[in-house]
Design a protein around this ligand. Structure first.
Ligand SMILES: *[C@@H]1O[C@H](CO)[C@@H](O)[C@H](O)[C@H]1NC(C)=O
Ligand SMILES: *[C@@H]1O[C@H](CO)[C@@H](O)[C@H](O)[C@H]1NC(C)=O
Ligand SMILES: *[C@@H]1O[C@H](CO)[C@@H](O)[C@H](O)[C@H]1NC(C)=O
Length: 220
C-alpha cells in the first residue's frame, strides 16, 4: 500500500479513538438548553461548544453533572425545566441573581441535597408535587423571590431529611402545616418564614418535647 493508503489507514484507525476521548457528558443537551435561556449574559465560563463538565462552577462525576454553583453573577433570563434531567445533581446554588419566570420543577432528583435559590426574581413556585421524590433534600432556600401567592405544599412532608427550609419574603399564604416536627423531619433545625402572608395558629407540633425545636420568625 502506498503513502496515501497508509494515511487512510491511520486516519480511519484514529478517528474512533479521537471521538471517544471527545465524548460529551450525557447531560450536555440539558445543560445547553439551560445555558440558552440564561440571558443576556451566560454564567462565567459556560460555552455550548465545550463539554458542560468543563464549564465554570460546574462539577461532574462519571460524566454527570453533580454541582452547579452560579451564585452572585447578576444572571437574568429563566431557568429551564431541563434541570430535572440532571439525574445526578446534588447541589444547585443559584442565589443572588435575577433569574425570573417559573421556578423549575425538580421532581425526581432523588440525589439532590441542596437548593439555594434565594434572592432572585422567580415569579411562580410550582407547588403541588414539588417535593415528591426529593428524598435527599436537606437545604431548601427560596427567600426573597416575588412569587405569585403560594402555600407550603403537602408534598413537603416527603422531604424528611430537611435541615433548613427558608422562604422568608416569598409571598406564602395559608397556614403553616403540622408536619414540620421532629417525627416527620428529625433533622430540621431552621424554619424561616418571616414576611409572608401566613395566617392561623402556629402548629401544635412546635411545642412539647420534640427536639430540635424549629426556629420560626413570623411576620412582625
Ligand atoms: C437585579 O436587577 C436589578 C434591576 O436591574 C438591579 O438593580 C440589581 O442589582 C440586580 N441584582 C442582581 C443580584 O443582579
Ligand atoms: C423581574 O421579573 C419581572 C417579571 O417577569 C420582569 O418584568 C423584570 O424585568 C425582572 N427584573 C429583572 C431585573 O430581571
Ligand atoms: C403575592 O401574590 C399575589 C397573588 O398572586 C400578587 O397579586 C401579589 O403581587 C404578590 N405579592 C408580591 C409581594 O409579590
Amino acid at each position: 500500500m502506498g503513502f496515501w493508503g497508509c494515511v487512510f489507514v491511520l486516519l480511519s484507525l484514529s478517528a474512533p479513538v479521537h471521538s471517544q476521548s471527545q465524548k460529551l457528558s450525557e447531560d450536555q443537551p440539558a445543560m445547553k438548553a439551560i445555558l440558552e435561556n440564561i440571558k443576556p449574559k451566560a454564567p462565567t465560563h459556560w460555552s455550548s461548544g465545550a463539554d458542560c463538565c468543563t464549564w465554570g462552577d460546574v462539577t461532574c462525576e462519571n460524566g454527570k453533572v453533580v454541582t452547579i454553583m452560579i451564585k452572585d453573577q447578576h444572571l437574568s433570563g429563566s431557568l429551564r425545566p431541563d434541570i430535572n434531567k440532571l439525574t445526578s445533581l446534588l447541589r444547585l446554588h443559584i442565589m443572588r441573581n435575577n433569574l425570573t419566570g417559573p421556578f423549575p420543577i425538580l421532581q425526581g432528583l432523588a440525589e439532590l441535597e441542596e437548593i439555594y435559590a434565594n434572592q432572585n426574581n422567580f415569579t411562580y413556585f410550582p407547588v403541588d408535587d414539588f417535593f415528591s421524590g426529593l428524598d435527599s433534600l436537606q437545604e431548601f432556600h427560596v427567600d426573597y423571590n416575588p412569587f405569585q401567592a403560594w402555600q407550603i405544599p403537602d408534598s413537603t412532608k416527603f422531604a424528611s431529611k430537611l435541615t433548613s427550609f427558608t422562604a422568608g419574603d416569598a409571598n406564602i399564604s395559608g397556614k403553616i402545616p403540622e408536619f414540620f416536627d421532629s417525627n416527620n423531619m428529625p433533622s430540621l433545625v431552621t424554619l424561616e418564614l418571616a414576611y409572608n402572608n401566613l395566617e392561623g395558629e402556629l402548629p401544635a407540633s412546635f411545642s412539647g418535647s420534640g427536639i430540635p425545636v424549629p426556629f420560626v420568625e413570623q411576620q412582625q
